[in-house]
Design a protein around this ligand. Structure first.
Ligand code: ATP
Ligand code: MG
Length: 396
């Protein structure tokens, strides 16, 4: 997978930016707060239709655009898979620019997608440009909230499996509807029998999600273990355990995946009515990491958790490559600064084998000179990008 063109307008701190990244290693360097992470965020938005970090999508639209009657941020890219180039576009439109002070988040944002100029749904866009982002926040995957681990699995899986994405979209809607109904039942405004339809939907889509995640994790672990051994020089083998939000629902119970789910729903009924919220399902899934016999999320040092997270990302790249036959775009946001020399070298060795990797850094000295010699280097300053290597066409 290769990104041959990226165009941004009124996205984050960019007013207008065009970048033509070469194959192989691309290095974006610049001081803090120049737009390096924003640029990688735009690529992830294209790949997944979501921002990896924004709480509200209106944050993605350049502040200056809000002076316009119709504030719109656009991200356009040409991606090449094999020999076929595809143009992918995302437009984010703020539906109401009259923001009350302190209520900016209330601005609704409408997302529109195009593939090769034709309007498409989000699920048609995901998977067109596959990307894996390494970020300094990845360390939180190991010890942080379970929702971060679910999000990690979902972002990786949606890019690989369109059916998975449809189940996930459907599940989220069903969950919201079902919770609404549970609250109405507990208030005496609806009857318990009305749950039957939503229960069936929950079981269908929820089982598909949990089974998809469990299979993915098993495969990921195959790749992550040897990588982790190399990164940590063979200390304490990495273990990963999938903890499904429906007890007993795991990859090898595929006979009738719905059975344990239906049983769990029955058992949870009184509590669901009491709390007015769904108590079992993949929205409660989690993943536990262990080093030897020790729970890494609880006892792992920061360095150990960071190494696990790094192994996970490198494994994700390998898994995507093995499932699709080509490497995803590999994006590394500022990760060299926090790695020791051994791990940094391991990551750089991996990068050499990738079709295209975009790396951001504040310090070019962190990239080894031999890698830098073959790289396309761009300097980022105040939302503009300038080529440093002669012959590469980055413009403002
Ligand atoms: P660092 O080295 O500190 O990680 P960076 O180059 O990665 O810096 P970014 O996170 O990309 O920096 O952010 C660059 C700037 O973009 C920040 O100063 C931020 O305030 C600004 N910014 C974020 N959202 C918007 C927006 N919607 N409109 C305008 N500017 C924005
Ligand atoms: Mg940054």
């Amino acid at each position: 997978m290769r990104l041959s063109y990226l165009g941004l307008s009124f996205f984050r701190n960019f007013q207008s930016l065009e970048l033509r990244p070469p194959l192989g290693l691309v290095v974006l360097y610049g001081d803090n707060a120049q737009g390096k992470s924003n640029l990688l965020e735009a690529i992830i938005l294209l790949a997944t239709t979501r921002s990896p970090r924004a709480d509200a999508e209106r944050e993605l639209i350049n502040w200056k655009a809000f002076a316009e009657p119709l504030p719109v941020a656009r991200v356009v890219a040409d991606v090449e898979r094999g020999l076929v180039p595809v143009r992918v576009e995302v437009a984010l439109r703020a539906l109401d620019s009259r923001t009350a002070p302190g209520r900016e988040d209330a601005v609704a944002v409408e997302k529109r997608f195009k593939v090769d100029g034709l309007p498409q749904t989000a699920s048609q866009v995901v998977g067109q440009a596959r990307a894996v982002l390494f970020s300094t926040h990845d360390v939180e995957l190991v010890g942080g909230a379970p929702s971060l681990r679910r999000r990690f699995l979902d972002i990786a899986l949606c890019q690989l499996d369109r059916d998975y994405m449809r189940h996930l979209q459907r599940y989220q809607r069903v969950l919201a509807q079902r919770n609404h109904l549970l609250r109405r039942i507990s208030q005496g405004l609806a009857r318990a029998e009305e749950l039957a339809f939503w229960d069936a939907e929950l079981v269908t889509h929820g089982s598909a999600i949990t089974l998809g995640r469990a299979r993915f994790l098993a495969e990921l672990q195959q790749h992550a273990r040897p990588i982790h051994d190399t990164l940590s020089r063979g200390q304490n083998g990495l273990g990963m355990a999938y903890v499904p939000g429906v007890p007993g629902l795991a990859a090898d119970s595929a006979e009738d995946a719905g059975q344990p789910f239906r049983l769990a729903l029955k058992g949870a009924f009184p509590r669901e009515i009491e709390t007015g919220s769904s108590q079992v399902g993949p929205h409660r899934d989690d993943v536990h990491f262990a080093l030897g016999n020790v729970d890494a999320g609880v006892y792992g040092s920061r360095g150990q958790r960071r190494t696990i997270a790094l192994a996970l990302r490198l494994a994700e790249v390998r898994l995507q490559a093995s499932r699709t036959g080509e490497h995803p775009l590999v994006l590394l946001d500022d990760v060299f600064a926090e790695l020791d020399a051994h791990r940094r070298r391991q990551v750089m060795e991996a990068i050499v084998g990738y079709q295209q990797a975009i790396v951001t850094t504040t310090d070019l000295n962190l990239v080894s000179p031999d890698l830098l010699a073959g790289a396309g280097v761009f300097r980022m300053e105040a939302g503009k990008v300038m080529p440093v290597t002669p012959g590469y066409g980055g413009t403002t």
